[in-house]
Design a protein around this ligand. Structure first.
Ligand code: DER
Length: 225
């Protein structure tokens, strides 16, 4: 992904929130990639003593390359802080995630942390959530899920892969259905409706964000809590 000063400012700032001895949830995507690389620098240059839990093959590769020591959620079930990106967030800090098809492990990791920090940029801030909701779906249940999403007013699309024929397959071996609902005035209600559909593994509506770090092009950040 091309350099983004906004994402870089947010990502590097979030790495400064990590303290010595922390267990850190490492999200997925181009913004949190800056955080992971900065944590690697702090490990090398400041002797920062941390362990990370990754949320995808992508974040695992970036963390290993950056030299961030890793652990598993099984070994380290409670995390001090989780840092991740988002596709959009509203003024109540509800967020939509899953643009990178990693939201299932991201949600598990973020819910395992005492503090969940989203790193973002001004383009993703919205008064009301309105981008499509990524939904991880068990292939066996695809048809039922697509129909059930239509029944609750959604317009679902099976996410096609870009460099592979056929659908995207997640790190967990499932499909991703991207579903638009127009303006999402009540994310909590929509989340409950989607969660009840058999075959849905996890949806990308996150209601556990503690703070959002918005990066600016000049390198400054704005914190929303
Ligand atoms: O897939 C995800 O949830 C990612 O965090 C994504 O939403 C943010 O990716 P970006 O930082 O590359 O915009």
């Amino acid at each position: 992904a091309k350099e983004s000063p906004e994402k870089k400012a947010a990502g590097i700032y979030a790495a400064s929130l990590v303290k010595d001895g922390d267990a850190v949830g490492l999200g997925t995507g181009s913004t949190v990639a800056y955080t992971i690389k900065e944590l690697g620098r702090r490990v090398r240059e400041e002797n920062l003593n941390i362990v990370g839990v990754v949320t995808s093959y992508q974040s695992e590769m970036i963390a290993i390359d950056a030299g961030v020591p890793l652990t598993s959620l099984a070994e380290t079930p409670r995390l001090n802080i989780a840092i991740d990106g988002a596709d959009q967030f509203d003024e109540n800090l509800f967020a939509i995630k899953g643009g990178g098809a990693a939201h299932t492990r991201e949600k598990i990791v973020s819910m395992s942390a005492d503090r969940f920090v989203v790193v973002s940029d001004p383009a993703k801030k919205a008064k009301t959530l309105s981008v499509f909701v990524p939904i991880e779906v068990m292939p066996f249940g695809r048809a039922l899920v697509m129909q059930s999403l239509k029944d609750i007013g959604g317009d679902p699309t099976l996410r096609a892969a870009a460099k592979k024929d056929g659908p995207v397959i997640t790190d967990n071996g499932n499909f991703v259905v991207d579903c638009t609902f127009g303006e999402i005035k009540d994310p909590k209600e929509l989340a409950a409706k989607i969660s009840q559909i058999p075959g849905v593994v996890e949806h990308g509506i996150f209601m556990n964000v503690d703070e959002v770090v918005i990066g600016n092009a000049d390198g400054t950040v704005e914190i929303i809590k």
